[in-house]
Design a protein around this ligand. Sequence first.
Ligand code: BES
Ligand code: MN
Ligand code: ZN
Length: 485
Amino acid sequence: MQIRSVASSPADLEADALVLTLFQLADGEKPDSQADAWSSGIIAELYSRGEFSGKALETVVIHRPAGLKASRLLLVGGGKRDAYSSAVARRGAAVAVRQLKPKGAKSIAIVVPVRFDVAQAMTEGALLASFDVGELKTSDEGKGALETLTIVASADVSAAVDKGRLSAAGQNFARSLGNAPPNLLTPPALVERSRQMAAQAGLEIEILERGEMAKMGMGGLLGVAQGSAEPPALIILRYTPDKAAGNDHLGLVGKAVTFDTGGVSIKPSADMDLMKYDMAGGAAVLGAMQAIAALKPSRPVTALVPTVENMVGSRAQRPGDVVTTLSGKTVEILNTDAEGRMILADALTYGQQLGCSRMVDAATLTGAIVVALGHERAGLFANNEALQQEILAAAETVGEKFWPMPLDEEYKELLKSPIADFPNIGSRWGGSITAAMFLKQFADPTPWAHLDIAGTAWLEQDKPYMPKGPTGMAARTFIELAMRP
Ligand code: BES
Ligand code: MN
Ligand code: ZN
């Protein structure tokens, strides 16, 4: 697909569709007269009949608009003008593309309204909306193919469009990994995809295999892996800036369980297929790294993605087993389905050994976070107030939603084992917190934050701006965190 930005009048643009954002009208306000002229008065009529009000993400198509060269004009609601944000802009562009693409529009031009700072978000939204969840379908029916995307503004927005393109590509890479079926995306396959990405992006990559991990003592990760015929790996990617500013070394850690059966503490079979997205945290890290390599922030970033398959088998780990983690701490496995924290524990310790000054992990860690926060916000846990605030600010900038969750020392009382340093589960309540508390034992004293994305990494129902499937959650926040001054 060709992506370009132009600073010309929308009226002269040849395209299958031109997308225009229009706002809700204040009392007595008339619709934009320029836009109304392009539609030869249809826009004013739509408003006055109440067929279009400008409410966020509302749409109407006008065919053969008299004052435009484009063959269709798609109006997208921007909501109240004062409340317009890059988050609304991103979704608006996505809604437009999701509507136009299946109807055969091959060239789409999107007009950046009001301000230029939404050009990046609109590019991003349009490209996120072009993601195809049906990659493995052998028929192209109803899919459409977008050939050119033009971002139209009254100033030069090419730098913003570039950023939007790179960020969207990273997110879509994460989504394609999350979407891949678990027979095709095994741990070795994830290693292979990471190698390809790293080679293309110019990132240094190192793969720790079972033998090395055993020598190093990564008993947490290896215990989970031992029930699967697929060999585990710890994927390490390094981005090194030409000239580092400051001495921050950011570590991004992502859970990549390519399939989670629960192990011997097996999951119920209903919806178990969805446990293919138990690698979404790792995918978000890999997608972010692809974008980071291109956007070139001035701090080093190291990615650690432990990848395993949690299976049942004669070699599988048993409830009651005790393993020694890389940190030297021992863990009694009381539930083999609490596997994410075991692989993250070793990755966090290794991140410290590699010299990360701050670490953030993303993981589809607990069903309990879905009970607590549903599907809109992901849980944010941290052992460091400054890092927590910075993540909230970064997320706000890029339109991802988190919610701060507690990590009081009292919760540690729930992590007591008579025979080992910790059990791998707490009691029945506060499951997302005890899981985070467990991770904290391995992250301390390094400033660290944990994003529990179990409820937000997979969209269960189509939204106008996103199809059912992998969301790429956390990738944008990771990119923004790496880029911040
Ligand atoms: N991968 C699951 C968590 C999950 C649940 C992700 C729903 C996405 C949607 C994780 O490995 C898990 O099984 N957690 C257990 C922990 C429990 C055994 C303490 C859970 O949440 O039930
Ligand atoms: Mn599990
Ligand atoms: Zn899991």
